[in-house]
Design a protein around this ligand. Structure first.
Ligand code: PMT
Length: 398
């Protein structure tokens, strides 16, 4: 495989040279990219000698010594030509840039143009690693489906002992191989996926909604893209960044979600309805803010359109996967939805608990399939649950 090895400026940069050698030993082609601060710790010539390729350095650099390519290299081309982006060591700075989409050097610009899998091996001072800003950035990057090789604990270059040292090369290599081993078994699929909540307006400042964060749906989108699918993501309002490579359509109301789904139905081979769509909306949307009047307030609600039901009637040869969010009787309700909505699979999850379902990073699901088959998937991160759901999809196609 063709791997971009990004090296950023930390004392552990010297370990990246051995990592490059190990990747090559494993049969990969390695294109090294050094940030300007990485060059303070290790010379490009080291990587050029190990990889047999010119090293890419800063995008804005004008000097181009023998062992480096600089502004003449096009980041889009490099992004398209490689299968995986590995950054080791990854400083707090590059994690922040990746998390927030800054593009002020070659590596951060390449990251934005890269749609393949990303493995990040952070290394920094223990306090920097534990800082809420770094933890929040890591959370964003994990949410995008990137593989994070957590730093190890031990003696740090700054003289303290704590968590922050670059993980052992064998762990980084194992993470790279695990990501590359993921099958591209959805390469023939165009998946129309809905995620997140809907918002049903009451007046210009209020709406009815629910607790869906979009995490489950976005995890499915990321996993499907990693496995080769084209993904059309119809998403309600969430605070997450959509996975790179997804075609994103943003909606607010159930009706808008309905319209977006049916406008994009034609190319879809599979539909996954993970969104938590409002079942009811205010019968009338007021044009002025409702004022307090000292007594109670009643709002008349009417049913929204049932998108899954309509899809069941119009699905043709497509695979249709619905979700069921229940607080009791999961098996019965999931089986009923499978039947009534003409689905090929229902992903049932109990909601209302603390560490699964809505908002959590984890989930625990019951897959209901035709023929009275039920498969329990125990609690795991949503990225793993997503892959178990997609595994089942692949089996349905076989
Ligand atoms: O977003 P997260 O915080 O990660 O949480 C994930 C989740 C709990 C939202 C997700 O796992 C989930 O269960 N999604 C479905 C939520 C839901 O609306 O369930 P339901 O049982 O009310 O609806 C059943 C199915 O009908 C769903 O596929 C839903 O998308 C669909 N539906 C519902 C109402 C409606 N008007 N139109 C629909 O298409």
């Amino acid at each position: 495989m063709r791997i971009v090895l990004g090296v950023t400026g930390g004392i552990a940069a010297y370990k990246a040279a051995e990592l490059a050698r190990s990747l090559i030993r494993n049969g990969h082609e390695v294109q090294a990219v050094l940030t300007r601060s990485a060059e303070e710790f290790i010379r490009p010539l080291t990587f050029a000698s190990l990889t047999g390729r010119k090293v890419i350095t800063d995008i804005f650099s004008s000097a181009s010594p023998e062992a480096t390519l600089s502004s003449s290299v096009e980041h889009i081309g490099v992004a398209q030509e490689h299968d995986l982006l590995l950054v080791a060591p990854a400083t707090a700075n590059i994690l922040a840039k990746f998390a927030h989409g800054l593009a002020d050097d070659f590596l951060s610009t390449l990251y934005l143009a890269f749609s393949g899998p990303v493995v990040l091996a952070p290394a920094m001072n223990d306090k920097m690693w534990a800082h809420p800003a770094t933890l929040a950035n890591i959370e964003i990057l994990r949410g995008r489906g990137h593989s994070i090789v957590d730093p190890g604990t031990g003696f740090l270059a700054c003289g303290t002992i704590g968590q922050g040292r670059l993980s052992e090369n064998e762990n980084i290599l194992a993470a790279v191989e695990a990501v590359l081993a993921q099958p591209k078994d959805l390469a023939q699929e165009t998946i129309l996926l809905t995620a997140g909540p809907t918002q049903e307006p009451i007046d210009p400042v209020r709406y009815l909604s629910n607790r869906s964060s979009g995490k489950m749906g976005y995890a499915l989108a990321q996993a499907a893209i990693t496995r080769g699918a084209r993904v059309i993501l119809v998403t309600g309002p969430v605070a997450l960044e959509p996975p790179t490579g997804a075609q994103v359509i943003r909606v607010k109301t159930a009706q808008e979600m309905h319209d977006a789904v049916f406008a994009n139905l034609e190319p879809a081979t599979t539909i996954i309805k993970c969104a938590a769509v409002a079942d009811y909306r205010p019968a009338a949307v007021l044009t002025e803010k409702i004022k307090k009047n000292g007594i109670g307030l009643s709002i008349e609600l009417e049913r929204t359109v049932d998108i899954l039901e309509e899809l069941g009637a119009r699905k043709g040869n497509r695979l249709l996967v619905g979700f069921a969010a229940e607080t009791t009787n999961l098996r019965d309700y999931a089986a009923r939805k499978l039947e009534n909505k003409h689905c090929d699979m229902i992903v049932g999850n109990l909601v209302g608990g603390l560490d699964s379902g809505f908002e959590s990073d984890n989930n625990e699901v019951l897959l209901a399939l035709r023929g009275g088959v039920f498969i329990e998937v125990p609690k795991a991160p949503k990225s793993q649950i997503a892959n178990r759901i997609l595994d089942q999809l692949v089996k349905l196609r076989a």
